[in-house]
Write a protein that binds this ligand. Structure first.
Ligand code: URA
Length: 250
């Protein structure tokens, strides 16, 4: 449905900067409407217009949605699958209409923070291997995780395919005995996202992850009040945090 919208609001909504950055861009002549440089960042346009351009690139308004899901076990991080239930199946029908997709993948048995959005530009920045967005996982690991593992992860370990991981920060939280075996509760922050990376890092030090949860991605933290399987829209503050993180990483 079309509506009337200020051009600076339209551009900010599409992630091209804060309202004041957009105002500056307008002053610098970077914004055009119908091929003409605009002078007034408060210009009212139709939201369905295709005539707005920023630095020469057309900008088309799209209602952007951002959901934080506490992913449960047993669903896959995909938009469609012939056999398995996907994270999109957990959304209300009206929330599926804007076609959000998961930003990155968590394994079927991993729980925790998953961002779902239709903001392709933001997703691309968060997933870009060049941006080294930090991801924090909490895990229960079979075996006694120790200082030697902390040092190995800080230095980088070789995965099963020979890939050397980037320095990662391991925090050991507590130990628990289960049927005469030691299990360790840990948190691990990694700056990359190789396939099954956390599980494979522990395999590299001869240990097995038995429970894995993502607690944070960049500046976004899992809302612990969300039960597994539940989701909510991001707050404006959370969206701005993600966007400023993206800008800072450029
Ligand atoms: N590392 C893993 O091993 N699995 C995940 O789901 C995420 C990170």
């Amino acid at each position: 449905m079309s509506k009337k919208i200020r051009i600076d609001k339209l551009l900010a909504h599409m992630g091209l900067g804060t309202r004041s950055e957009i105002k500056r861009a307008v002053k610098l002549g970077k914004v055009t409407f119908a091929g003409k440089v605009i002078k007034d960042s408060g210009l009212i346009v139709d939201s369905e217009t295709t005539e707005v351009a920023f630095e020469g690139t057309p900008v088309v308004y799209q209602e952007l949605v951002y959901f934080m899901l506490n992913k449960p076990q047993g669903v896959i991080s995909a938009t469609e699958d012939g056999r398995e239930r996907t994270v999109i199946d957990l959304l209300e029908p009206q929330d599926r209409l804007r076609e959000p997709f998961p930003v990155g993948r968590l394994d079927k048995d991993t729980v925790g923070l998953l961002l779902l959005t239709n903001d392709g530009q933001l997703a691309h920045e968060l997933l870009s291997p060049r941006k080294h967005v930090a991801k924090t996982y909490e895990a229960i690991v079979q075996g006694k995780v120790g200082e030697d593992d902390k040092q190995s992860f800080a230095a980088g370990v070789a995965l099963d395919d020979g890939y050397m991981t980037m320095p990662a920060v391991l925090e050991i939280r507590e130990y628990e005995m289960r049927e005469n075996e030691v299990f360790s509760s840990i948190a691990l922050t990694i700056m990359e996202g190789k396939f099954h990376q956390v599980k494979r890092m522990f395999e590299a030090v001869d240990k097995t992850v038995v429970y894995l949860k993502r607690a944070a991605m960049g500046p976004l933290k899992l809302d612990e009040s969300l039960p597994e399987g539940a989701y909510r829209e991001l707050t404006n503050e959370e969206i701005e945090l993600l966007r400023s993180h993206k800008r800072a990483a450029q």
